[in-house]
Design a protein around this ligand. Structure first.
Ligand SMILES: O=C(NCCCCCn1ccnc1)c1cc(-c2ccc(F)cc2)cc(O)c1O
Ligand SMILES: [Mg+2]
Length: 214
């Protein structure tokens, strides 16, 4: 089929958002996915919790795992200071292409770098590739079974510092049992669960916020 869901989302955003206005891009995607077709964006209910965590953390460096169409990338990027940097990793090159256009339309190119590939391959390279000292905030929203191995990799590559915030989407639906078991039982993290709803639906979901204690 010629179009894909991400392409239809991009077309709707191009038609209804105001170029350079990140808020209007977020609202356009939510309007489309709540009225026309569901998509796995973090959405507005969990998005408000994400906004609060980003604002409270006020990060200089952010890593997002799982870009998809760039909804949460834009949602986070719109709250960052001009000198802050967000690196987002997407596995699917077609989605990455769409996300790049949505991020550009939001006017956030200067703060956001997209890497296309496997998180387990790219995370070890972050330190040197992007002169990433350490990460202030990590948003986990990619394959749910990768949350734990990638968190272990972040620990081992020295990308986490005392106070780094990990925020994980979908810890209830689809669920991330191994990640939750590890992070809630580890003395190296202080975790807190924020109950919410699965994007655009009345199904329970939530975000787990974990602060690395060093
Ligand atoms: O699978 C999800 N995301 C990962 C997508 C692939 C990431 C690829 N990648 C990127 C970087 N490295 C790997 C996801 C799924 C759902 C969901 C919920 C209910 C349901 F019935 C069906 C689906 C809701 C979400 O909010 C999600 O995030
Ligand atoms: Mg998600």
């Amino acid at each position: 089929t010629r179009t894909s869901k991400p392409k239809r989302i991009l077309a709707y955003v191009e038609k209804h958002a105001v170029p350079g206005d990140a808020e209007s891009v977020v609202n356009a995607i939510d309007a489309y996915c709540s009225r026309v077709e569901w998509a796995m964006n973090v959405g507005s209910d969990k998005g408000k919790i994400l906004d609060r965590v980003v604002s409270e953390t006020d990060p200089d460096t952010v890593l997002e795992l799982g870009t998809y169409c760039g909804y949460s990338t834009v949602r986070i990027g719109r709250l960052l200071r001009p000198e802050a940097r967000l690196v987002t990793i997407e596995m699917n090159p077609d989605n990455a292409k769409i996300a790049k256009q949505i991020i550009a339309l939001a006017g956030l190119n200067s703060k956001i770098e997209m890497l296309v590939g496997s998180s387990s391959d790219l995370i070890p390279q972050l330190k040197k590739k992007l002169d990433m000292k350490t990460l202030d905030l990590v948003f986990l929203d990619h394959w749910k079974i990768f949350y734990l191995p990638d968190t272990r990799c972040l620990e081992e590559t020295g990308l986490l510092h005392k106070g780094t915030v990990l925020l994980a989407d979908n810890v209830v639906c689809p669920g991330t049992p191994e990640y939750l078991k590890y992070i809630r039982n580890s003395s190296r993290y202080r975790s807190e669960y924020f109950p919410s709803r699965l994007e655009y639906l009345q199904v329970e979901d939530g975000l787990e916020k974990s602060v690395f204690l060093g």
